[in-house]
Design a protein around this ligand. Structure first.
Ligand code: GDP
Ligand code: IMO
Ligand code: MG
Length: 425
């Protein structure tokens, strides 16, 4: 692949597609990596020499020493969580000073956001979303209400003190109505002041910085968080997160215009997973049990078991369309190594109606019946394959079918969590 391109990388399913790993293997082709949406609801896993790193807010490129890592304006930042994450990286010998930059206009997640998130889930009862309880929804809601605080407010301690006092007063009224304990301004202020002082040196105008890098031709990798069907506009609303996880979010969340983007890569698993509530047409008990029995598919942020199912070509084709995905990275191919008959969903049926795209109405999506094509399993470990040539013929047939059915060619294939277990086609 050509170096120094500006590449948007998005999850093309329901999140946890293996974006962290793919970002890590693409880092030698760019100078900069930027997160543009979401917050510490994300959990991106990178394995290097059997060492596991899980990144929540810091871009996954941080494990590469000389690359610039940016947390863009579209991200919502829990400063206490971010401080802990940076400290954790430093304690493991990861170089952070001088290569991590935080947008001054990114919004701040405050303790009342987390409490409101949890409390609203309780009130929803059976209709809960199954959020990560990181306060993401309420923080983005405050941004839209124009009552949010931004990083530039946080690091100006006098201004922060004043604004926080008012916000806590307002939010305590709501917390009281919801039956939650009110917050102490003093306690929150002390905790956030410490985080603010710690993070201040990293806070800059990242829009200007990104454009300087673009002028230099550094190559920017936009690290998507969550996945296409968790997008607030295009996902399975209301069972979604609160940001634009699709390709457009990379532009608004960074200040880099669409005319500067060279390509979009979509990351998919060779099957499907989802964590949290909401429809998942190809959900399947056999494949869930199989993957869980291998110790796989537990959430990187909350530890919850992920719901698993067959590859849904209808959904991925839809994701290819709305993101402009030109190439796919297919991960976790090895998860299917022992399966006798592998299925791919090629259409949905609902009564007499057939769908070859994802219906917008979540009540319909929850009731559709998948139409499957079946593929003979390859029943051979793929974990040591180093090239397309070394993959079993039946594996190639499966990948070719994904290519045809989705309209995007798999050009990166991952057969294990480690950097070395990656095939470029
Ligand atoms: P992300 O949120 O998209 O970055 O994905 P997560 O890190 O939450 O979940 C993906 C999981 O799959 C992680 O545990 C990765 O280490 C793991 N993983 C990624 N690619 C592969 C692969 O090809 N094979 C196996 N066995 N694991 C993989
Ligand atoms: P990465 O970046 C998978 C899901 C939650 C819930 C819904 C809303 O690791 O792929 P939120 O806390 O965002 O309000 O929860 O979105 N969710 C994710 N699922 N991967 C993620 O991130 C997710 N981030 C949020 O489980 O269903
Ligand atoms: Mg994840």
């Amino acid at each position: 692949m050509a170096k120094n391109k500006n590449i948007i990388l998005v999850g093309a399913q329901w999140g946890d597609e293996g974006k962290g790993k793919i970002i890590d293997v693409l880092m030698d082709q760019v100078g900069v990596v930027v997160r543009t949406q979401g917050g510490n609801n994300a959990g991106h896993t990178v394995f290097i020499n059997n060492e596991k790193y899980v990144l929540h807010l810091v871009p996954s490129g941080i494990l590469h020493k000389d690359k610039k890592c940016i947390i863009g304006n579209g991200v919502v930042i829990d400063p206490v969580g971010l401080k802990a994450e940076i400290e954790g990286l430093i304690s493991r010998g990861i170089h952070v000073d001088g290569n991590l930059f935080i947008s001054e206009t990114a919004h701040v997640v405050l303790p009342y956001h987390r409490i409101l998130d949890a409390q609203r889930e309780v009130l929803k009862g059976k209709q809960k979303i199954g959020t990560t309880k990181r306060g993401i929804g309420p923080a983005y809601a405050d941004k839209a209400y124009r009552t949010g605080l931004r990083m530039l407010d946080l690091i100006d301690i006098d201004r922060f003190s004043e604004l926080l006092k008012q916000r806590i007063k307002d939010n305590n009224k709501i917390l009281k109505i919801l039956g939650a304990k009110p917050l102490s301004y003093k306690k929150v202020f002390e905790e956030y002041k410490e985080a603010a002082e710690y993070l201040k040196p990293y806070v800059v105008n990242t829009v200007v910085l990104l454009h300087e890098e673009i002028r230099k031709g550094s190559g920017i990798l936009f690290e998507g968080a969550q996945g296409t069907f968790l997008d607030i506009d295009h996902g399975t609303y209301p069972y979604v997160t609160s940001s634009n996880t699709t390709a457009g979010g990379a532009c608004t969340g960074s200040g880099v215009p669409p005319t500067k983007i060279d390509t979009v890569i979509g990351v998919v698993k060779a099957y499907t997973t989802r964590v949290g509530e909401g429809p998942l047409p190809t959900e399947n008990q056999y494949i869930s049990d199989l993957l869980h029995s291998m110790g796989r598919e537990f959430g990187a942020t909350t530890g919850r078991p992920r719901r698993c199912g067959w590859f849904d070509a209808v959904a991925v084709r839809h994701a290819v369309m709305i993101n402009g995905i030109e190439r796919l990275a297919v991960t976790n191919l090895d998860g299917l190594d022992t399966v006798d008959v592998i299925k791919i969903c090629i259409g949905y049926k609902y009564g007499s109606q057939k769908y070859d795209y994802v219906p917008s109405d979540v009540n319909i999506l929850a009731r559709v019946e998948p139409i499957y094509a079946e593929f003979e399993g390859w029943k051979t470990p793929t974990t040591n394959a180093k090239s397309w040539k070394e993959l079993p013929r039946k594996t190639k047939d499966y990948l070719n079918a994904i290519s045809e059915l989705t309209g995007a060619r798999p050009s990166i294939i991952s057969v294990g969590p480690d950097r070395s277990q990656t095939i470029f086609v």
